[in-house]
Design a protein around this ligand. Sequence first.
Ligand SMILES: [Zn+2]
Ligand SMILES: [Zn+2]
Length: 265
Amino acid sequence: MSPRTSGMTSSPCLCVLASGSKGNSIYVSSGTTSILFDAGLSGVEIERRMASRGLDPESLDAIVVSHEHTDHIRGVGVLARRYGLPVHIAHETIEAATTSIGRLPAVVHFSCGSAFTIKDMAIHPFSVSHDAAAPAGFTICTPFGKIAIATDLGIATGMVRQHLKDCTHLVLEANHDPSMLENGPYPWPLKQRVKGRTGHLSNESARELLMDIVHDNLAYVVLAHISQQNNTPEKALSVVAARCGKHPVRFSAALQDRCCDSIAL
Ligand SMILES: [Zn+2]
Ligand SMILES: [Zn+2]
């Protein structure tokens, strides 16, 4: 694979391009390093959303994959091949995803618990409780702050809490409202999966987790992987943001159908 030669830089930012069960992708840039965390929309749609925020796929340095569910990997193969991007992925995840991802220009394996660096970003993958081969959350240390990405969390384990403790920017799952899920259209087995220990985090559990880890330097929380059937962005925001009281945290809700505003680091 040829080294990235575009020389393009973008401002240090975090931009959730899409979030939800139909596709997830998060762009993080330190200004000199730009990474996509998951690429769960089609390649074309990710390019379109990046363009809508003035972000250039040519400036990407890598794709990092959290787990093999389609809503996280749909565009990985296409984008990696189109832009010659290395894909950082757990060994178990690539084994589970090979058929859908296809041939990649370069694969770099990571293991949960072992940090790795991509230029000026130090990335620490950590295990999460989700029904995939080796699902990971991430913290990303940049010269401008520490970002954490924690979605597809069945339960917020002690390890997850530990990793999220001192982040400045947090993308946190607030998947469902328990009573909307209970009374909603999902068949019973799917309801059990979503609310189970390896499914997705409810608004209430997200709030509880946040109460545990909030601190004065936590600047921004993006609520993510919000269910379109079993939750609303307004409900998620009102439950999770309700008790942050004295802490000056800003909140927004990531959407499925369009990309969020870029958040400057
Ligand atoms: Zn997902
Ligand atoms: Zn998943």
